[in-house]
Design a protein around this ligand. Structure first.
Ligand SMILES: O=C(O)CCC(=O)C(=O)O
Length: 275
């Protein structure tokens, strides 16, 4: 298990706001933009009340684990002073994460009709949402565990025409550590993941020349959703909120008959969810 420290990453990169897409646009328009930029960003795609219901479920598990400041409102996700930071793989993190993956509303969220409709437009058929649901609970100032630049194909394999969708479960200003994408980077093709990092997605990333890279990101509002292609280079921003947990979910959509890695059919981390 990686040793967890709280070193600070460079935050000197320049960020350009996402190009926003219209969920009601024609399939051809959305596909063309995805082909060109490798991502689509939608404001308010998922209903706010449903996002908040999932957020509440996740935060209740965090509260039970003693991760939240008992003097603050649950939905503010204020971290308890002196607790953590924990991240994926840590023995204190995984029992909480297991409860998240078992929560019905969390599990159902990626199959929401609003998200499925975008995936259907991109794929040209009824989408299959991969059973491996993923959630992230990111502690403040734990910058060593910030997700490094990577392409999802390294982790998900299967069909290259698989689309990821990242949704913060709550408002996520840049200071809380949203996701950033490098537009057009899908055209680089697949890049070997040779950079080792304890970042939240599993420890490997791609080398990035920051002088060449262009990053698009924005403050995420409630229900905002970011779809991107399996070759799109993306990364998280560090959670520099000071004291808030960042809660998010990311899920993958593909055609039912396309290749799938067997791992995508199992729970994340192969967690045992039966009992
Ligand atoms: O939320 C994160 O930090 C990582 C998410 C991610 O890399 C993804 O959705 O592919």
């Amino acid at each position: 298990m990686p040793v967890e420290t709280t070193e600070t990453r460079s935050t000197n990169e320049v960020y350009t706001p996402f190009i926003e897409s219209d969920a009601n646009a024609d399939d051809a328009v959305l596909r063309a933009r995805m082909q060109e930029d490798g991502y689509l960003f939608f404001r308010g795609l998922a209903p706010a009340d449903e996002v908040l219901a999932v957020r509440r479920d996740v935060l209740e598990f965090c509260r039970e684990a003693g991760w939240l400041d008992p003097g603050s409102d649950l939905m503010e996700a204020v971290a308890a002073p002196g607790v953590g930071p924990f991240s994926e793989g840590h023995p204190d993190y995984m029992p909480v994460y297991r409860k998240v993956l078992k929560a019905p509303r969390f599990h159902d969220f990626p199959a929401h009709p609003a998200l499925m409709a975008i995936a259907a437009k991109l794929l040209g058929t009824e989408p299959f949402v991969q059973p491996r649901r993923i959630g992230r609970i990111t502690f403040p100032n734990h910058t060593v565990a910030t997700t490094p630049p990577h392409q999802d194909h390294y982790y998900i394999r299967g069909s290259v025409e698989t689309y990821s969708c990242w949704v913060p479960l709550g408002v996520c200003p840049m200071s809380l550590g949203g996701l950033a994408v490098w537009p057009g980077s899908r055209h680089k093709g697949y890049i070997e993941h040779t950079v080792h990092s304890p970042g939240a997605v599993g420890g490997c990333g791609v080398p990035v020349n920051e002088a060449e890279a262009v990053w698009h990101t924005s403050d995420f509002g409630l229900g905002d959703a970011l779809f991107f292609h399996a070759y799109t280079i993306h990364k998280a921003l560090p959670n520099l909120s000071g004291n808030r947990l960042r809660i998010s979910t990311d899920n993958r959509y593909q055609r039912p008959k396309d290749d799938i890695d067997p791992g995508a059919l199992k729970p994340h981390f192969n967690l045992e969810l039966d009992n």
